[in-house]
Write a protein that binds this ligand. Structure first.
Ligand SMILES: N[C@@H](CCC(=O)N[C@@H](CS)C(=O)NCC(=O)O)C(=O)O
Length: 206
């Protein structure tokens, strides 16, 4: 298998994180520098179908994009440790929280960074007004997640799941613009410290 990765980007990091949690080592990593437009070359777009990373080419030469689809594929091949759920209830609860993490936290935070950080001018036509609206949405969502984490060790329950990985990778990415969650969100901070301390947090970083 080949993973088309990009070291500083948050969506490929989800895949590297899942690979690390599962101790998957048989994937060749091809660094694809999105700041140099390497994801827009005709060869890359022909292979991936879209000018995005991550992309995973598997042994029959199928290429999968969408970080969650890639992680799901990896879970099917390497079921443990499980991050998508083991029974009907878990699968549904984890999917619910993963979708909330994606739509309420990851998307607005990624858009805030894209529309704020000077380096992202290479891939985004920036709007400060749009960034401000996205940032407000992310802050509201983080308050909601802080409440959730007051009652739950991890976002979807008692162990790390895809929901935590999606939320944390975007929160950590937003450090690029010095975004810090509200200091009053102590349960969110406890959870973020726990995520940062996991060995998988280091996968392909630095
Ligand atoms: N929904 C996709 C999003 C992929 C995506 O937007 N990747 C970013 C990097 S995090 C990218 O390739 N950006 C390049 C660009 O916007 O030109 C996923 O989850 O994989």
């Amino acid at each position: 298998m080949i993973l088309y990765d990009s070291a500083r980007a948050p969506n490929p990091r989800r895949v590297r994180w899942v690979m690390a949690e599962k101790n998957i080592t048989d994937v060749e990593i091809v660094e694809t520098d999105i700041f140099k437009g390497e994801h827009r070359t005709p060869d890359y777009v022909r292979r991936a179908g879209v000018p995005n990373v991550p992309a995973l080419t598997i042994d029959d030469d199928t290429t999968i994009t969408e970080s969650l689809a890639i992680c799901h594929y990896l879970e099917s091949v390497y079921p443990e440790p499980n991050v998508f759920g083991r029974d009907a209830r878990e699968v549904a609860v984890i999917e619910m929280w993963t979708r909330r993490a994606e739509m309420m936290v990851a998307t607005p935070l990624m858009l805030t960074v894209r529309h704020s950080h000077p380096a992202l001018a290479a891939i985004e036509t920036k709007s400060a007004e749009f960034a401000a609206v996205q940032r407000q949405g992310a802050e509201r969502a983080l308050s909601f997640f802080n409440q959730r984490l007051a009652d739950s060790e991890f976002i979807a329950g008692h162990r790390v799941t895809m929901a935590d990985i999606v939320a944390f990778c975007s929160l950590d990415f937003a450090r690029m613009i010095k975004f810090r969650p509200d200091e009053a969100h102590t349960d969110l901070a406890r959870w973020a410290d726990m995520m940062r301390a996991r060995p998988a947090a280091q996968a392909g970083v630095g």
